[in-house]
Design a protein around this ligand. Sequence first.
Ligand code: NG1
Length: 515
Amino acid sequence: EVQKSLLLDSSSRFVIPQGVKLSYGTAGFREDASILSSTVYRVGILAALRSLHWEPFADAIANAPSPQQLLQLINEFVEKERIPFDGVRPAEILLGRDTRPSGEALLEAARQGVTSIVGAVASDMGILTTPQLHWMVRARNKGLRASEQDYFEQLSNSFKCLIDLIPTERNKFDGMNDKLVVDGANGVGGAKLQILHKLLNVLDIEVRNSSEDEGVLNDGVGADYVQKEKVAPCGFGSKDAAIRCASLDGDADRLVYFSVPPESNLQINLVDGDKILSLFAVFIREQLSFLNEKEDLENGHKARLGIIQTAYANGASTDYLKNLGLEVNFTPTGVKYLHEKAAEFDIGIYFEANGHGTILFSESFIEWLEVRSRELSSGSKGSEAEKAALRLLAVSNLINQAVGDALSGVLLVEVILKHMGWSIHRWNELYHDLPSRMLKVKVADRTAVVTANAETVVVRPPGLQEAINTEIAKYTQGRCFVRPSGTEDVVRVYAEASTQEAADTLANSVAKLVD
Ligand code: NG1
């Protein structure tokens, strides 16, 4: 049983805001920081209970109106999930925060939530990007070293390993400026990238918008702004023509690349999450083809590579990946769905168009790779197959397998471009995006729209999908779907067609159907 007085005492310090209904949604509780304390406190409790099937419970405790009702819910949950309080394995909860002024108070709320559960310890890991904190939890759960220094060392060592494995004949850039300029969204990622950069001394990286001194987090900067508006972030412009640029988001879990065409004002060539996914897929597929030679196939080992996208992936990317012979799967929006699906493969690559994504390697495939690389190194040393096995192992250490991480993503993109000898333009030419348009519609009740088939089909209200189909049929290469957002009080409309004008009209006409 939960210790009553401890919990009632601490929860009375975090009074629930009036008139707000909190929901975990696509990815986390989102509200103005000033009303989030009681939620973060309760999420602290939840983390301490280390629950597995926790999402409905998260909503319930975030909204529990009084300390007594909160205690009752927690006790029911502890009983249902049979959470032991035997003190044998104390729960350790890692906490981190970003650079925003609200961070300190919210971290304190979470700490009090954690410590209101007897036997749970909170460890403050300091100022971190979101993916660094996830990386630390994963490392700790595997019994590995999990400090920030360990994170930087693992990323930089595996990056250097991949650099050393670049085929010599390819190790030349096609005449482009080799510099990378990164927009840090005025968040925590810019400073962390600079630390990483110092450890690498191979890459020429300049970071702009790297702290709140330069501007407000995600305001006119950052991956979300760049991807949705398709314009250069603050501090970037025509002076950057012919330079490879990238944009992180405020907490550094999203990454997009872009280039500024010469004489452009703010317009950019966007290289989005779908194209990052495609680059990773091409590279991994190449390594697997070196490995899956006769003898490996005879040994019955063929790695299963799975690609996971959402309905927001540009249709041209899906066609491109399928034409490579890859298996493409779709899930609803939100990394919680993509990640779960990717874990079903030997290698699962998932990305949302907006730049959230990563690569997962199964334990059994990593074990096989380790054995195989040892066997290969004792045979003909330096064979393509051996290098391919070593490259895949290095990728598994470089990429953050806990969650999409813009810092490890940048390093992997950079080393693959060097490996291929590709400029950003060559990369962007893998396929041409279909023109698309995303709109938001404010409605009285967004939950009235219910979807199925990875959000591609509306099942409620009746008749809406048929009306959408009638609109789509009017367009060449038309595709359109609607779904309620899980983070904002809107219904999103997404449309694609063969021209920008057609994508715009399709989106607008479907938005009218939703309204
Ligand atoms: P919602 O609001 O549910 O569409 C948005 C993004 C997701 C994800 C989450 C969390 C789109 C269309 N949706 O979710 O991909 O990034 O925010 O950050 O970009």
